[in-house]
Design a protein around this ligand. Structure first.
Ligand code: ACO
Length: 321
């Protein structure tokens, strides 16, 4: 039997942290008290002008390759989860392939599932590996959400940040990903979207992120609970056997409500939202890498990764790390 296991992780955050007070100083009508009280967010990183998603992805990927002890040419599949690609085309994955100097002709494509993107990408890459067609995948979540924010809308612009996380997923005789589930319900698309496109050289519609925060909150807590139970039940693993819950980092209150519903204590949740804000598809691999590098996550432990995002999309993956 071929399994897929995480061989190494990496991440990257651009520039210095931008605090809530820094946003106030930039003229946004908000306060540290409001943002921390409603979301738990204290800071975020914002990519400087000219830095694009594939730049963030490149650094995160290099760290993941080093951690996995492999060379760029050893990669035979690249999947980049992003909603903020460098271009309409080519894909950010092919641009990343070029920036990493990978010349072996490996498959490379983007995957769009917004904040669930990394869990989707990991699950897709796992299927390639388990089929035997590919041996070593680079799976990345990378975003520059700061470019799709309406900085005059204080209800959304304070919530997001830029960043990237990456894992090298490789074929193994030992189980790595123990189970996963992906879901979507497109009927909820209006509550979180960037309802714009480009045609005839013009932006058609609205190029900024729009959100009904309270509707998103309720939906996210419900489906994160449901999909966690689904994956654990399918794998025959009890919630008490999960060492670390690593949910999408949208809002500390969503993380806490999800953990409470599942019966996972707060000290088993990897939370980065305070320092990173919501980095969409990058949030789960960023949190995973942080937990591994600071020594909390150890080999042999069970990790439950979860994502929820625009679409709506949601999913979870149970990992034997
Ligand atoms: N600073 C100060 N005041 C603000 C700000 C701000 N940044 N933003 C909104 N307000 C004000 C509003 O104008 C409103 O004022 P009013 O009562 O005078 O009209 C008041 O605060 C309450 O506004 P609401 O939008 O009702 O605030 P709410 O309590 O719903 O909190 C929030 C908003 C934090 C977005 C919340 O709905 C939430 O956490 N939703 C979850 C959504 C989320 O996390 N989205 C991330 C992306 S989705 C994803 O990743 C899955």
């Amino acid at each position: 039997m071929i399994y897929a296991r995480i061989a190494g992780t990496g991440s990257y955050l651009p520039g210095e942290p931008v605090s809530n007070d820094d946003l106030v100083a930039r003229g946004i009508e908000t306060s540290d008290e409001w943002i921390v009280g409603r979301t738990g967010i204290r800071a975020r990183h914002l990519a400087p002008q000219g830095m694009v998603t594939s730049d963030l992805a490149r650094v995160a990927s290099q760290h993941a390759l080093e951690a996995a002890g492999c060379k760029p040419q050893d990669i035979d599949l690249i999947v980049v989860a992003t909603s903020t690609p460098d271009y309409i085309f080519p894909s950010t994955a092919t641009l990343l392939q070029s920036k990493l100097g990978i010349t072996n002709g490996c498959a490379a494509f983007d995957l769009q599932a917004v904040c669930s993107g990394f869990v989707y990408a990991l699950t897709v890459a796992e299927k390639f590996i388990r089929s035997g067609s590919h041996k070593r995948a680079l799976v990345v979540g990378a975003e520059v959400f700061s470019r799709i924010l309406d900085w005059s809308d204080r209800g959304t612009c304070v919530l997001f940040g830029d960043g990237a996380g990456a894992v090298v997923l490789e074929a193994s005789d030992l189980p790595g990903i123990l189970g996963s589930a992906l879901h979507a319900d497109g009927s909820h698309h209006p509550i979180l979207c960037v309802p714009g496109s480009v045609a005839a050289g013009q932006v058609v519609g609205d190029p900024f992120l729009r959100m009904d925060g309270q509707a998103v909150f309720k939906f996210a807590v419900r489906v994160l609970g449901e999909v966690a139970h689904e994956v654990l039940a399918d794998a025959g693993v009890g919630v008490q056997d999960v060492d670390w819950l690593i949910p999408h980092q949208a809002n500390i209150r969503i993380l806490q409500a999800t953990a409470k519903r599942l019966g996972v204590p707060d000290d088993k949740v990897i939370a980065t939202v305070a320092a990173h804000g919501n980095t969409s598809a990058a949030s789960v691999p960023l949190a995973l890498d942080l937990g591994i590098r600071d020594g909390r996550i150890q080999r042999g432990q069970k990790l439950l990764l979860e994502g929820v995002g625009g679409g709506f999309t949601w999913g979870a993956a149970l990992i034997h790390y």
